[in-house]
Design a protein around this ligand. Structure first.
Ligand SMILES: Nc1ncnc2c1ncn2[C@@H]1O[C@H](COP(=O)(O)OP(=O)(O)OP(=O)(O)O)[C@@H](O)[C@H]1O
Ligand SMILES: [Mg+2]
Length: 261
């Protein structure tokens, strides 16, 4: 019997994690899986614990309890850099990219975890260092083409609109050649046109590059439109999980958003 595990294989598993900040229990026993090729969305009211969950996945926070597995390996004790190196790509809710860097340099910074040659060697242009640099530039240029940011590649981040900065942050994460892409409110603060652009890029990344995506987003219309699976978190717990249609009619979800009981 031949079983095709590739399609539905679990690539990332969060197992029963707990995170507390002082007296605040931000995450309380969350289980969560990311499957190969899937676009899953995490939604929930402000302060529900969404960003905290993402911070546990990429290693910024260490849960007090629970484990995290990536491609079958327990990564619970690995640093954020090591996790990035393994392919956990994380874009941020706020703008964390360096204000004074150019767009191209920012994207190249995303590749640094993958670079074998150190920057000093690269600077003196040893032949192999040069060759490696050229290969890295090519990847960066491909991403620039894909995200349609040719026109701003030499611009300083600080000069860009909020929407474009978020797009450059996405480019930075793609430069890492992620095996899973984690996006924390990639459309926050964008106008409708910018949102539509980002939604299209996200779908293209999933469909053509086959990268599974975890999307935290407050814009319900976008979530219901592009996600295949929705996980709802409220007060640190998963209160519902299902297809967009199932979630739309879920009473616990409606209650959580209306702030009742
Ligand atoms: N570093 C921290 N120190 C103390 N408390 C924190 C920290 N990070 C998060 N919290 C608290 O944990 C809870 C969950 O916060 P989190 O940022 O994960 O929510 P969220 O679902 O991402 O909200 P939003 O939709 O507003 O981004 C909140 O009560 C928050 O105040
Ligand atoms: Mg958040």
């Amino acid at each position: 019997m031949v079983l095709n595990f590739a399609e539905n294989a679990v690539i990332l598993r969060v197992e029963d994690i707990y995170v507390a900040f002082g007296g605040v229990q931000a995450i309380e026993g969350v289980d969560f899986e990311v499957r190969q090729g899937e676009l899953s969305a995490i939604i929930g009211p402000n302060g529900a614990g969404k960003t905290t969950l993402l911070n546990c996945i990429n290693g910024f926070y260490k849960p007090q309890q629970g484990r995290i597995y990536f491609q079958g390996r327990d990564i619970s004790n690995l640093s954020p850099d090591k996790r990035a190196c393994l392919g956990i790509g994380r874009a941020f809710q706020g703008i964390q990219v360096y204000q004074n860097m150019t767009v191209l340099d920012t994207i190249m910074s995303g590749r640094h975890v993958l670079m074998k040659t150190n920057p000093v060697q690269a600077a003196i242009y040893w032949p192999w260092a040069h060759k490696e640099e050229v290969a890295h530039r090519k990847v960066a240029e491909d991403i620039i083409d894909f995200l349609e940011i040719e026109g701003i590649r030499k611009k300083i981040i600080g000069e860009l609109s909020y929407g474009l900065r978020k797009r450059v942050d996405l480019a930075r994460v793609l430069a890492l050649e992620p095996k899973v892409l984690i996006l924390d409110e990639p459309m926050a603060g964008m106008n409708l046109e910018e949102k539509e652009d980002i939604a299209r890029f996200i779908l293209d990344i999933q469909e053509f590059q086959g990268i599974p995506i975890v999307l935290v987003e407050h814009d319900m219309e976008v979530v219901m439109d592009i996600a295949q699976r929705v996980i709802v978190i409220d007060q640190g717990k998963v209160i519902a999980e299902g297809t967009p249609t199932e979630i739309r009619g879920n009473h616990a979800v409606i209650r959580a958003y209306l702030g009742e009981g």
